[in-house]
Design a protein around this ligand. Structure first.
Ligand SMILES: [Zn+2]
Length: 415
């Protein structure tokens, strides 16, 4: 079989070893890999240079314009986009080949991500980032953060065979044109490797499934998406590290040009934004939170609550783990009401808030600073209460339970 599956007349890729050309490189003019003496004993280097030969074959001798500086390139540093693509592809090809035979690659392309290693540049002009992205598209998700996606080798290879790509961005566009998935799921594999191509990655959040994410610096901010289903209140909440401060904003559109609301808590305080989707308020649907780095270095927790449930007058219970962050109920009343939350254990620290909204889509998004009322902190292990008299004309309120710390069961009593 040919290097290029779509060829009928197979190309020969020569290997000159030891070369007297001064260096280890692929020569596209002669279709030859030149190997300096000892380099031939490094399987990854041999396979990397062969990768250049395979690309040269598939691209019919029309190599992207990599520029003269590409001769001196580094896995972890930003380069000309064409150079990063040509070298990143060869890095990935070499890695796939040697690992088939149980040999290690010369570089680890699997674990690098934002800020780690500290001396790696970010983005699609870094060959190591491209190699990592291709690898994470192929492998099934085993990364601690964003990359939970894997599709095998077929799509990555097919798009490579079917196009001549000048850059990784162009390769990704061609993948989309060919009908392969370029949605948020595979984009997570790119984002894991610090590549966020327009129109941009929005990490999907599912109600009740909290995410622990590293500090958003770099890249400065994290963008999310969630979908609500119920004509009730829903909430997105963010718990920072004890000394950290991140801004939480909520947008109506994927492009994030129409901001609906924001939450402006200080260091260590949980941010939340509640949306009223009761009749005459906002429609359920897609919402886009943004977390922006202000201060701090610790991971944060983000979670969406969209349970579509009323708080029974007989009370309710909710068991929350350490990283379970938020729950929401609707309570509808035109009389004074008080709600008390009692933790089951001494380490649990709850916060209770009530939010209200006037009818209309523009008044239905409530940041933490706009609450109707909130409980006074009693400290860990202590019950906390809210009491409110409904403002005239309002009847359905959101009751928000925040788990500030600890794990166990919270019991809510209503009177
Ligand atoms: Zn190379």
């Amino acid at each position: 079989r040919c290097w290029d599956r779509d060829d009928t007349d197979c190309r020969h890729i020569g290997i000159v070893w030891p070369t007297d050309e001064g260096g280890t490189f692929y020569d596209p003019g002669d279709d030859e890999v030149n190997l300096e003496d000892l380099q031939a004993e490094n399987p990854w280097t041999v396979a990397h240079e062969l990768g250049h030969g395979v690309m040269d074959d598939v691209y019919k001798d029309y190599q992207p314009d990599i520029g003269p500086d590409c001769r001196q390139h580094f896995v972890h540093l930003a380069e000309k986009a064409e150079c990063a693509w040509v070298e990143g592809f060869a890095d990935w090809y070499g890695t796939e080949v040697v690992e088939l035979f149980g040999n290690p690659a010369s570089f680890d392309f699997d674990t690098p991500t934002w800020g780690d290693p500290a001396d790696w540049d970010n983005g699609p002009n870094v060959e190591g980032r491209i190699a990592g992205a291709l690898r994470d598209l192929v492998d099934s998700g085993d990364e601690p953060s964003w990359d939970s996606y894997g599709e095998g080798e077929a799509n990555v290879w097919e798009v490579f065979l079917d196009h001549r790509s000048d850059t990784f961005q162009q390769y990704w566009q061609q993948r989309g044109t060919d009908g392969y998935n370029v949605g948020d799921a595979p984009q997570a594999s790119l984002f894991q490797n610090t590549i966020d191509l327009a129109p941009g990655f929005r990490e999907p959040l599912t109600a009740g499934a909290e995410r622990v994410r590293p500090t958003p610096n770099p890249p400065g901010r994290h963008n999310y998406r969630y979908d609500t289903a119920f004509r009730f209140w829903s909430v997105v909440a963010l718990r920072p590290g004890a000394n950290d401060d991140y801004e939480l904003e909520l947008y109506d559109d994927r492009a994030m040009t129409q901001r609906l609301g924001q939450s402006l808590s200080g260091r260590g305080a949980t941010d939340f934004i509640a949306v009223d989707s009761n009749v005459n308020n906002r429609e359920p649907g897609d919402y886009y939170p943004r977390v922006t780095h202000n201060f701090g270095t610790d991971p944060y927790v983000i979670e969406v609550a969209d349970g579509g449930k009323l708080l029974p007058l007989t009370g309710d219970q909710r068991t929350m783990g350490n990283n379970d962050l938020v729950e929401v109920w609707d309570t509808c009343t035109d009389a004074k009401r008080s709600i008390t939350v009692t933790p089951s254990g001494a380490a649990q620290d709850a916060e209770l808030y009530v939010v209200a909204s006037r009818p209309g889509p523009d008044t239905s998004v409530i940041g933490r600073q706009q609450i109707l009322t909130g409980s006074v902190s009693g400290g860990a292990g202590e019950p906390e209460s809210v009491e409110f008299t409904p403002p005239a004309g309002l009847d359905c309120f959101g009751v928000i339970l925040i788990n500030k710390s600890g794990s166990g069961t919270y019991s809510l009593a209503v009177s």
